[in-house]
Design a protein around this ligand. Structure first.
Ligand SMILES: [Cu+2]
Length: 164
């Protein structure tokens, strides 16, 4: 009886730091740094950016995601086609080679939150679940920056946050 209770407590303790940690998340050998987004109105499409570091010795892949706030989550990249930058859905996921950091950022790899049910408001923390081929799933929080932000704010006056 006591043993079962203790196990339940341990399981809860093990699960909670993922959401409680300031603004980095760890899932197995994958470290997720500063997930962020930009303000967007309901009905439009939002984006998700972050760094993904594979600290292990074997490759993994970000293969998808989902979010309560969006109808659908897709993984995109930008490709230069005859001088025109175009967004394309990434086929087969975003590769995470061992020992490397991959950045999801404006103009490169990113998540798309398609069909926003509610607005992404500056300063909000939006839960998004990331799905990795090997590491499994983790829910992280996107910190919403001002609309034109090109990088994660670090406590600047125009809507950045300072939760590091
Ligand atoms: Cu896109």
């Amino acid at each position: 009886m006591h043993r079962r209770l203790l196990l339940a407590t341990l399981a809860a303790a093990a699960a909670s730091p993922r959401l409680a940690a300031a603004h980095a998340f760890t899932l197995g050998q994958i470290e997720i740094g500063h997930p962020w987004s930009r303000a967007a109105i309901a009905g439009s499409t939002g984006a998700g950016f972050m760094t993904l570091t594979n600290k292990g010795t074997t490759p993994d892949k970000l293969i998808g995601g989902r979010a309560e706030i969006a109808r659908k989550v897709e993984l995109h990249t930008h490709l230069n086609e005859n001088g025109v930058m175009k967004m394309r859905e990434v086929e087969g996921g975003i590769p995470l080679p061992p020992g490397e950091m991959v950045e999801l950022k404006p103009g490169g790899f990113h998540m798309m939150l398609i069909g926003l049910k509610t607005p992404l408001a500056v300063g909000a923390k939006v839960p998004v679940t990331l799905v990795f081929e090997k590491a499994g799933e983790i829910t992280v929080e996107l910190a919403v920056e001002r609309p034109g932000a090109q990088a994660a704010g670090h406590g600047n006056a125009t809507g950045g946050h300072s939760t590091h």
